[in-house]
Design a binder for this molecule. Structure first.
Ligand code: GDP
Length: 453
């Protein structure tokens, strides 16, 4: 059985209020040891979701006053008894109250412990729990909107509906295989196929949404490449500019690799190896474009910068060939820079192209538009489900491939294989939704949460 756990659920630092959350069978007895209600009789009733005023104390006596909010099992976030202690926000005060709760018998909660308990107690599906993680991590309005919707269970419900349909189809397929001559099933092979094709379309669309989902949440691995002096660092500044929030600025762990995460509209770009770009033109000259050409191989998106006011030379051609050789032509946004000097002097070498003047700070919107095209934003409707997370994507993609297998099996002479394929698809969908995932995966998912969540 799980013990009773406690943690500070608000961020560290000074603030008006800090919240210590206690969850588990002994939550209220722990709370009573550190909280003295002003109205004992009222507190004894422990009315659901009621806040009681009182004082907080530890071994040395009373040190603060505040509220205790009561949630009775199962009507709490975790499904267990939960006491939330609201004390004054101050690093010391919150820590003192947590220490008092730990001394009173609670254990310190691990990362994501509360959400994990909610999952284990059936209050949340794994997709909902992951959506909560995405809400906390959201870097753009769009990803926050998507995550909030999924925390309400929309993606889980969609997956569950598809799984139900597949279960019914599996029954028909097996009935048909076992009794091919008898009229055991009212669904014929052509109809089974048609239904499977519909499911396949749905799963394909869902899987494809991950490209966009990743772009608005975790971010797209991006490399900026171009000859010296075409304006790479100016373009980088254009993207990181004043109105474009830098989300993080992490000096990389590898010697001279710097990754910057920037937000361009709704999209998050993880710009790798910007060290060379930030250096002087001389240094870049020395390093040549070799290094960035290497980096291109790992990119999900390439921003290829050209000086659009001049004819391309040998250096530009090498970059174009490298991108083509890496098979990244359709993942490249061609940035025709220096638009202020002249209209582009040559035809952009890639289909997606933005004309910008990084010097004048013009064109970030253009780049954003091209990124939209690249990540398929156009095919994602306002109300469509979007897969934000790589784990879910992998499982949904596996389900899609299995359904494709079932369609092929039904079309050929291997109808018995179709049933097995459908079962594999079901397994993958249950995994996507977290109904059938191993302990390790659950532990891994919650380890990314912060303590107190
Ligand atoms: P990098 O070597 O590719 O990183 O290029 P820089 O960003 O350092 O720019 C090289 C030179 O081109 C600098 O003198 C910039 O001021 C200039 N430059 C960059 N972008 C533009 C632009 O859009 N228009 C004009 N006229 N000059 C630019």
């Amino acid at each position: 059985m799980n013990g009773t756990v406690a943690a500070i659920s608000t961020p560290p630092g000074r603030g008006g209020v800090a919240i210590i959350r206690i969850s588990g069978a002994d939550a209220f007895s722990v709370a009573e040891k550190v909280f003295s209600p002003a109205n004992k009789a009222a507190f004894a009733k422990r009315s659901q979701a009621r806040a009681y005023y009182g004082s907080f104390r530890d071994r040395d006596g009373v040190f603060d006053d505040g509220l205790c909010v009561v949630f009775n099992s199962p009507r709490s976030f975790t499904g267990e008894d939960v006491a939330e202690l609201h004390c004054h926000g101050g690093v010391l005060c919150a820590r003192k109250l947590l220490s008092a709760a730990l001394a009173a018998g609670a254990e310190a909660a691990g990362p994501g412990e509360f959400t994990k308990r909610a999952f284990i107690n059936g209050k949340l599906t794994l997709t909902q729990a992951e959506a909560i993680g995405n809400i906390i991590d959201a870097k753009s309005e769009r990803s926050l909107g998507v995550a909030a919707k999924q925390a309400g269970g929309s993606l889980s419900r969609g997956i569950a509906a598809t799984a139900e349909e597949l279960t019914r189809l599996a029954a028909s397929v097996y009935a048909f295989i076992d009794y091919p001559d008898e009229d055991m099933t009212d669904v014929g092979v052509p109809e089974m196929r048609a239904r499977l094709c519909e499911i396949h379309e749905k799963l394909k669309k869902l899987a494809e949404s991950h490209r966009y989902g990743k772009a608005i949440s975790e971010g797209i691995e991006t490399v900026i490449i171009g000859k010296p002096n075409v304006g790479k660092s100016s373009v980088l500044n254009l993207l990181c500019g004043e109105d474009r929030a830098i989300v993080t600025d992490i000096a990389g762990t590898t010697r001279d690799v710097v990754t910057e995460t920037v937000r361009v509209g709704d999209y998050v770009l993880r710009l790798s190896d910007t060290a060379g770009i930030r250096e002087s033109a001389d240094a870049v000259e020395k390093l040549g474009v070799e290094r960035s050409i290497k980096a291109v191989g790992r990119a999900e998106m390439v921003l290829a910068v050209f000086d659009g006011s001049r004819q391309p030379d040998e250096g530009d051609e090498r970059i174009i060939s490298a991108i083509n050789a890496a098979g990244l032509a359709d993942r490249t946004v061609c940035v025709m820079n220096k638009r202020d000097l002249a209209a582009p002097a040559f035809k952009p070498p890639f289909a997606l192209c933005a004309e910008v003047s990084a010097l004048n700070g013009e064109g970030a919107k253009e780049i954003e538009k091209q990124i939209s095209l690249l990540v398929g934003a156009g095919s994602v409707g306002e109300n469509d489900e979007i897969v934000l997370n790589a784990r879910q994507y992998a499982a949904i993609e596996r389900a899609r491939a299995a359904v494709e297998g079932a369609i092929n099996a039904l079309s050929g002479y291997t109808q018995d294989v179709a049933g097995m394929d459908i079962e594999r698809a079901l397994e993958a969908l249950y995994e996507a939704d977290g109904r059938r995932v191993g302990e390790e995966i659950v532990a891994e998912i919650f380890s990314h949460f912060c303590v107190g969540k």
